[in-house]
Ligand binder design. Structure first.
Ligand code: TEU
Ligand code: CA
Length: 548
């Protein structure tokens, strides 16, 4: 595989509105990020992914853009963005921004024009259809609404939205739309940013006939439709290939086979992707499924394309809560999951707060939640007659707000995030879990992450090494190797609350092993050349010493 900086990097995701508030209005901002840049640098991250900060009515936390050339007032202004880009570069890091071009806000001037009349020149910039039998044009659902069709009374037609009604989808078939988007991309790249995280980029092309779906709840009809690869190749040709950048596509509903069509190195589309097989198939931890997914992606992309590794982000419940143990073994478990993400093949992502083992939340009231996806779903079910208490309970575990509470900086009021009233409640556990304490504690989650990242910088095997699973069929243990040339690393994880005896694969027998990193302090007892005794949620990374 060709060596590139974005394969070797660790990306740190900044959900700025919950990162740090510099002016006391209760909302994190870019100035706040500037104030804390050294913290990210100290952790060792190479690239910052900044969630959308463009002008927006903010119905979906910035994913509904009303001006791609403007900056949301809550976030800051253009000057601050420019300062941010240059400060990040001064610190030797890079910054990529969200590109949200499947849809705009319904307040974008393009849409205001488009909806105004059937013969408006911008009518065709969005997707308009006539009613079918006096109803929506088909039986589909949208991500955030019971139907992806909303009626515009004035012109009697429905417009299409894969997400909320406030997020109408652009019509990518229209050449003017594409050209305008490329202009926007060049505008930001020319400001010096280092790439894009591309929001639901495989949704750009739509099914031609909008036929009814057999199962409307399986939203996969929204993505990977004919024409998508032509758009991405055009985008690459027009814009991307002219810059030294990284691109990561958010690509739901893909298997490795079609994933490769997006990131194959010979395809001239994107560099890497987020697929959602883990997130979609695993509401909670499922070791066998996880191994299978990793194996398929490894084999599918090997030598041809590059993967990303993550277990949470701003849309998915914090990993230690969802996939680990956020009670008794929170610290061990947070470190284990970090070990996993950073030793799997692909570029690892850290979502802000993950590096201190932040946990999900369980607010008492629906009014404490802010997430449009959750609120719309709640309203739909309650309106349908379901019990509000039960609905809330069902929606809590995977609510996107689980990961959106403010970063816990210290044990002062509002966890030191804001001097004002936070836009979303702070997790009540901030007195125990916060950055200040993590920095002061030598064996904290933070310091462990720091070591993990440093290891990646010093050891190419972590980036380019071949992967092999030696624990097929085991439900609590994950034992795998990464190897590059003469170097072999062995990673052993005990993803359970029990002490487990681990039988080592033959490759580790009769040779020495050097423990490079582990999440327990004591020297292991009971270990031998053939087996290890592993504590609950214990994780170890070994270098296998070659037989002489
Ligand atoms: O998310 C799209 C989205 O909901 C899916 O990718 C989902 O996470 C995946 O299919 C797994 O089930 C993006 C943004 O990340 C999100 O915050 C926005 O609300 C959404 O697009 C609309 O722009
Ligand atoms: Ca602020």
């Amino acid at each position: 595989m060709k060596k590139t900086w974005w394969k070797e990097s660790v990306v740190y995701q900044v959900y700025w509105r919950s990162f740090y508030d510099s002016n006391g209005d209760g909302i994190g901002d870019l100035e706040g990020l500037l104030l804390k840049l050294h913290y990210i640098k100290d952790l060792g991250a190479d690239v910052i992914w900044l969630n959308p900060m463009y002008q927006s009515p903010d119905k979906d936390n910035g994913y509904d853009i009303s001006d791609y050339y403007g900056v949301m007032e809550k976030a800051g202004d253009m000057q601050t963005v420019e300062r941010l880009i240059s400060e990040v570069h001064n610190l030797g890091m890079k910054i990529i921004m969200d590109l949200v071009v499947n849809h705009t806000s319904d307040q974008h001037p393009w849409f205001l024009e488009s909806r105004s009349s059937k013969d408006n020149p911008k009518r065709d910039w969005y997707i308009w259809k006539d009613a079918k039998d006096g109803k929506e044009p088909n039986n589909w659902r949208s991500y955030f609404a019971p139907s992806p069709w909303t009626l515009e009374e004035k012109t009697g037609q429905y417009y299409f939205h894969s997400f909320a009604a406030e997020q109408p989808d652009l019509n990518w078939e229209n050449r003017e739309v594409r050209e305008e988007i490329y202009r926007i991309m060049r505008f930001w790249l020319d400001k010096g940013i280092d790439g894009f995280r591309m929001d639901v980029i495989n949704l750009l092309a739509k099914q031609k006939d909008y036929r009814d779906a057999a199962n409307p709840y399986d939203l996969s009809y929204l993505g990977n439709n004919p024409g998508i690869h032509e758009y991405l190749q055009e985008m690459n040709h027009e814009v991307l290939k002219h810059y030294d950048i990284m691109t990561v596509g958010e690509i739901p509903f893909v298997t490795p086979e079609d994933g490769l069509l997006y990131v194959g190195e010979d395809r001239n589309e994107l560099h890497t992707l987020f697929h959602f097989q883990v997130a979609d198939d695993m509401p909670s931890w499922d070791m066998l499924r996880y191994k299978e997914i990793q194996k398929q992606w490894y084999e599918g992309l090997k030598g041809k394309g590059w993967n990303s590794q993550f277990l949470n982000n701003h849309d998915h419940t914090r990993q230690v809560t969802r996939y680990g143990n956020d009670g008794e073994y929170r610290v061990e478990s947070a470190k284990l999951l970090g070990t996993l993400v950073h030793t799997m093949p692909g570029t690892p992502y850290i979502f802000q707060g993950e590096e201190i083992g932040m946990t999900g939340v369980c607010f008492e009231n629906i009014s404490d939640y802010r997430d449009i996806a959750m609120k719309n779903k709640y309203n739909e079910l309650v309106r349908r007659g379901e019990d509000p208490v039960q609905v809330l309970k069902d929606l809590q575990p995977l609510s996107r707000d689980n990961s959106r509470t403010p970063v816990q900086w210290d044990d002062s009021k509002n966890a030191g995030f804001t001097s004002g009233i936070s836009w979303i409640k702070v997790n009540p556990n901030y007195k125990e879990i916060n950055v200040k304490r993590e920095l002061e504690t030598p064996d904290s989650v933070f310091h462990y992450y720091k070591k993990l990242i440093a290891l990646r910088k010093e050891n190419e095997v972590m980036v380019y090494g071949d992967y092999a699973d030696h624990s097929d069929g085991q439900e609590e243990l994950y034992i795998y190797t990464r190897s590059l040339g003469e170097v072999t690393w062995l990673i052993v994880l005990n993803q359970s609350e029990r002490t487990n005896v681990v039988k080592l694969p033959e490759i580790a027998h009769g040779t020495g092993k050097e423990l490079l990193l582990g999440n327990y302090a004591e020297i292991p007892v009971g270990d031998s050349a053939e087996k290890l005794v592993m504590h609950p949620y214990e994780a170890r990374i070994y270098r296998i010493l070659n037989k002489r």
